[in-house]
Design a binder for this molecule. Structure first.
Ligand code: URA
Length: 243
């Protein structure tokens, strides 16, 4: 948890992404911040508790830390940078969230052409823990390929000997299930760059459709999110022994 505690009113507006430090005094003078009992807070230096204030009449969402599950649609990039010209996943979330400090980060990115379950959090320790291969958090992907996947790939992926071009260590054992010649499901415990596409390409079966179905115990189907929709999740589902 990123605990909230009392803080200056101007720092609170900046912390939760409502404005920059420069704009905070004007925002307070304009009457944006009130306690829940109705008292107006106009002094930037006044200490307030995030759970006890309303900003423009609304509670601050997730004041103790954000744990967001998003159904990422195809065509969106997992980047804060705006220069790429691509649509960004942050455009699917309330605008203040991207300006929060600490910032909201993806827990393992998905490619622009990959859809499915994407987790985001502003808790750096949580993000680091979930993305570390040592934690063995299983990611489940369904895929379609342009050419048949050789059945030998099942044993090769499970063997932990598959070397991807440019890598110094082999991929950890991964479970491949084939539903037919060009469709299947892959379970991996790492998150190397374009890993699933590169693994299938390495056995001569380039991917045309890739979708992440689950991360650990969180399954997109159970969350019932349509593409572009998000919800919050309980981070304790990732505590040891609960996955
Ligand atoms: N592997 C990939 O190749 N792409 C993704 O988006 C995720 C895993």
């Amino acid at each position: 948890m990123v605990e909230s505690s009392t803080m200056r009113a101007d720092a609170l507006l900046v912390r939760y992404g409502y404005c920059t430090r420069r704009e905070a005094a004007a925002r307070l003078h304009a009457g944006s911040v009130r306690r829940k009992d109705g008292t107006l807070i106009t002094s930037p230096a006044l200490h307030v508790e995030p759970r006890e204030v309303l900003i423009d009449g609304r509670e601050i969402p997730f004041p103790d830390g954000m744990y967001i599950a998003l159904h990422k649609p195809i065509g969106y990039v997992c980047s804060h940078a705006e220069e790429s010209g691509s649509k960004r996943i942050f455009e699917l979330l309330p605008t203040e969230w991207e300006r929060r400090h600490p910032s909201l980060e993806c827990v393992g990115r998905l490619d622009k052409d990959t859809s499915g379950l994407l987790l985001l959090s502003d808790n750096g320790i949580f993000v680091h823990r979930l993305t570390s291969p040592r934690q063995h958090v299983t990611k489940v992907y369904s895929f379609e390929t342009t050419s048949p996947v050789p059945v030998e790939a099942v044993a090769l992926f499970m063997s932990g000997t598959l070397m991807l071009r440019g890598e110094k260590t082999p991929c950890l054992p991964a479970k491949l299930e084939l539903t037919d010649l060009t469709h299947g499901r892959l379970r991996i415990e790492e998150g190397r760059y374009h890993q699933v596409r590169r693994m299938l390409a390495a056995v001569g079966a380039p991917i045309v459709r890739l979708h992440r179905e689950a991360v650990g115990a969180l399954e997109l189907d159970t969350l019932r999110l349509v593409p572009g929709e998000w919800c919050n999740f309980d981070p304790t589902v990732f505590e040891h022994g609960r996955e």
